[in-house]
Write a protein that binds this ligand. Sequence first.
Ligand code: NAD
Ligand code: MG
Length: 403
Amino acid sequence: MIGVTILGSTGSIGVSTLDVMSRHRDLFAPVALTANNNVQGLLAQCLEWRPQYAVMADPDAARQLRDGLRHKAPGIRVLAGSDGLQEVAACAETDYVMAAIVGAAGLLPTLAAAQSGKRVMLANKEALVMSGQLFMDAVRENNACLLPVDSEHNAIFQCMPVRQREESLPQVGVTRILLTASGGPFRTTPLSALREVTADQACAHPNWDMGRKISVDSATMMNKGLEVIEACWLFATDTDNIEVVIHPESIIHSLVEYADGSVLAQLGNPDMRTPIAYALAWPRRLDAGVKRLNLFEVSQLNFAQPDPERFPCLGLARRAFAAGGTGTTLLNAANEVAVAEFLKGRIRYTDIAPVVEQTLSEVAVEPADTLEQILHADQQARACAGGHCRVFSAKFGGGHRNH
Ligand code: NAD
Ligand code: MG
């Protein structure tokens, strides 16, 4: 029996992970389930799955969960805070860790999983974007097995030769990575109308049902920018070797081009249970409950180049990676702040990219060799981006708009 810790089990990826595990109860058992403050959600999962540990990041929520479990499932140990998350990511009972917390909050527990040599199934791209080299070093030094769950990176991984792990991309004949993107809900919205779009419109993704933060990132294509950076670290390459291709149907999840002209792609219905099952089963395959791809129903696949004016965040991500050091830490932190403010209705959709751009211009890039340096850069960028958000918010109408 393989013990699985799910960091962020109440979220979109967490719930899909439990769905795949429910089809293979003979293979996988949850060691720990965790959430931020969704007490009812985690309580229900605990009663169904009976993990050894349950962790709530929020201490008050942890107390409520403990009360809720006292009579119904007294054997489950309830932990709290970042320490609790790190403990269950690293504990001896855990073999695999699904890293599915959203944003920078996932860094410390995901890093703890890597440092303890676990199989790390990475959905939490922000953790890798903010800590790049440090995270990859932790994986290598501790013999952790890092498997991408992000659908594009999972596709690329599936299209890479096995030797890619030991040799460089040119050595194994790879010339380019083609990263597909749906283009999100505003792919064809008139540019002049983007100022007025609401958070609910931004979260209504045409092909994927995801958490609200990543949904906004998909609309701005900052998600693709973060994914370009994620791919650079996962596959030891540079942004020049990664081309973003808009593919509105989300059937091809990414492609790998080889020196001989071959281009390998991974296809499937847009359902995160496929990459989740692949990460759980690798190097084998398991039923994921996913509907079979019907090419006759799909009928046509389309491709287009992203428009830099519509999607300025893509260029900002490339610029942040090129800056090296804490550049991508700053990018991620500024984006998290701006997206949170947009989701609260305090700034406009079209303010997100300028907040990130101004933060990148104002906060100095430093070396990113230690966790302290990374967390310091994260804090600096949050303060700077927060200041810019207040200025935009005042222009917008003081944050009284209710989205
Ligand atoms: P979500 O918002 O649905 O779920 C987030 C989970 O993290 C929840 O369980 C929540 O309780 C927990 N969480 C939130 N803040 C926390 C905090 N401060 N401390 C501890 N736990 C916290 O998000 P999601 O859509 O499942 O995305 C999770 C991650 O996976 C993100 O990094 C996202 O970019 C990535 N991802 C998601 C998808 C998708 O289809 N949803 C696809 C690819 C990658
Ligand atoms: Mg993705």
